[in-house]
Design a protein around this ligand. Structure first.
Ligand SMILES: Cc1cc2nc3c(=O)[nH]c(=O)nc-3n(C[C@H](O)[C@H](O)[C@H](O)COP(=O)(O)OP(=O)(O)OC[C@H]3O[C@@H](n4cnc5c(N)ncnc54)[C@H](O)[C@@H]3O)c2cc1C
Length: 446
């Protein structure tokens, strides 16, 4: 049996970044034949030419200058910056993202609901209302206090419930805090009058590899490793007491420490030596499953064909978000063609075993939303699944996660990444967590 000081399970960005920062003494194992998890780019050949489809829209944002510099150094073609063209579709109208600061153009009753709701939430005394004296208990309460009832009723609640497939009354107040723009009263009033001076939010601009799609990022990390990952081999059993891991190719390895980046709940299914109370905690960890279509189209397009991405809060549309790879990066589709990713969450279960009907419904909704024109020729529709896409931050989340993570740490297993750490992070978080894991596994000598 091989002996390794560190075994890393999973060569997504967390595992790749950990391996890169460790530099030596590790075994990195990845079940797929390519590194990157969903940060990969598939080439889809058609008679019009090749389409490049990522694992839904993956746009980069940086707040850590060292990680940004690392990415720029590793990526052969570097990065290109884009200004976001993201919109919301509501009442048959497209308004710019974020909804809360751009209600101009919506029916006047909707705009009034949003403005009055915000004023009531921020200045309750002027409406004879009490100011809440306790912190919010749920995500619904949290967004209602931040934005008021109108913005919540028309967008925040229906959109997030469509995305997560559960009531926002179940979600903890701090969910997605970092990702939600919180405009000033002035910005909301200006936005209601169509006078928004600037784009808001953490992703007003974003970066993307100049060549090779988002998969170029994972490939660049893998190429820079001193010890190449073992691809196409999955962990199949982990003995936490013996500190051994068995792989699907029949080999086994003994480890001193392990970094897990595969979904935490899947890891526990493979592990032996896990007491019942830890399994019970793991059973309380929940996540959504996202199904998405990659769609390739040839034709003239319609009014809304070129948005980078669009949010659909209304239940009449089966998807919650539609994005276009080719609207961001022209080379993602051949000349005269466009490509989309169409994301769906809860509420489509009954159509999943009827994929043709699901596809027809999606295409009909895309035409109704003016993303596709009647004359557009559909070149392909590929349905894919992300089994654990968004972690559900419910009342059990924090305690259940902590119980499992602490138990594994006591067995020399650290567990990080969006699904390994059972969290809500983006690609940069994965790279940061991988770096932090490397420091935890092999602390530098002072
Ligand atoms: C719909 C969606 C859209 C997103 N959009 C963005 C975006 O625009 N910008 C952004 O920054 N982030 C985005 N993200 C987040 C981003 O995808 C993640 O933060 C990132 O991919 C996490 O990487 P990871 O290494 O932690 O996990 P993963 O990439 O999942 O890595 C884990 C790896 O473990 C492997 N594995 C699983 N089981 C085994 C096993 N038994 N043995 C060995 N290997 C195994 C998997 O194949 C996988 O490669 C999005 C996520 C989703 C779901």
């Amino acid at each position: 049996m091989d002996q390794h000081s560190t075994v890393i399970l999973g060569a997504g960005l967390t595992g790749l970044s950990c391996a890169l920062h460790l530099g030596r003494d590790y075994l990195l194992v990845e079940k797929q034949n390519e590194p990157g998890g969903i940060v990969r780019t598939r080439v889809r050949d058609t008679d019009a030419g090749p389409f490049h489809c990522d694992g839904t829209g993956h746009w980069l944002h940086f707040r850590d200058a060292t990680i940004r510099a690392l990415v720029e150094r590793l990526l052969p073609g570097g990065l290109v910056e884009y200004e976001r063209r993201a919109v919301i579709h509501l009442s048959g109208v497209f308004t710019p993202y974020p909804f809360q600061a751009n209600t101009y153009g919506l029916p006047r009753e909707t705009v009034l609901d949003c403005l009055l709701g915000l004023l009531r939430a921020r200045h309750p005394e002027d409406f004879g209302l009490p100011r809440p004296d306790a912190p919010p208990r749920t995500f619904r309460e949290s967004v209602e206090r931040l934005f008021g009832e109108g913005i919540c009723q028309h967008f925040m609640v229906p959109y997030n419930e469509k995305l997560l497939g559960v009531s926002l009354d179940e979600i903890a107040p701090e969910y997605a805090e970092r990702f939600i723009p919180k405009p000033s009263l002035e910005a909301v009033v200006r936005g209601a009058l169509g006078l928004s001076p600037e784009a808001l939010g953490y992703n007003a601009k974003f970066l993307y590899p100049r060549t090779g799609g988002i998969g170029a990022l994972s490939k660049a990390f893998a190429a820079a490793l001193h010890i190449a990952p073992r691809l196409g081999v999955a962990a199949s059993a982990i003995d936490l007491r013996e500190k051994t891991v068995s792989f699907t190719d029949g080999t086994r390895a003994r480890y001193e420490r392990m970094l897990n980046t595969m979904p935490l709940v899947d890891f526990l299914r493979l592990a032996t030596g896990v007491p019942d109370d830890i399994r019970a905690a793991a059973a309380r960890l929940r996540a959504t499953t996202v199904h998405y279509f990659d769609i390739g189209v040839r034709g003239p397009g319609a009014e809304a064909s070129d948005h980078h991405w669009t949010y659909f809060p209304e239940p009449g549309f089966i998807f919650y978000r539609v994005g276009s790879y080719s609207a961001v990066h022209r080379d993602a589709a051949p000349a005269g063609c466009r490509s989309y990713y169409v994301e769906m969450s809860g509420g489509i279960r009954e159509l999943l075993d009827r994929p043709d009907q699901l596809r027809d419904r999606v295409l009909a909704d895309l035409r109704r939303a003016h993303v596709l024109a009647e004359e557009d020729e559909i070149l392909f529709t590929d349905l894919r699944t992300i089994p654990h896409a968004y972690v559900i931050f419910d009342a059990h989340y924090e305690a259940a996660r902590r119980t499992v993570v602490d138990f594994l740490a006591a067995h020399d297993v650290i567990t990080h990444g969006r699904w390994g750490g059972w969290n809500y992070g983006g690609m940069e978080d994965a790279m940061i967590e991988g770096r932090a894991a490397a420091e935890e596994l092999h602390p530098r000598q002072p």
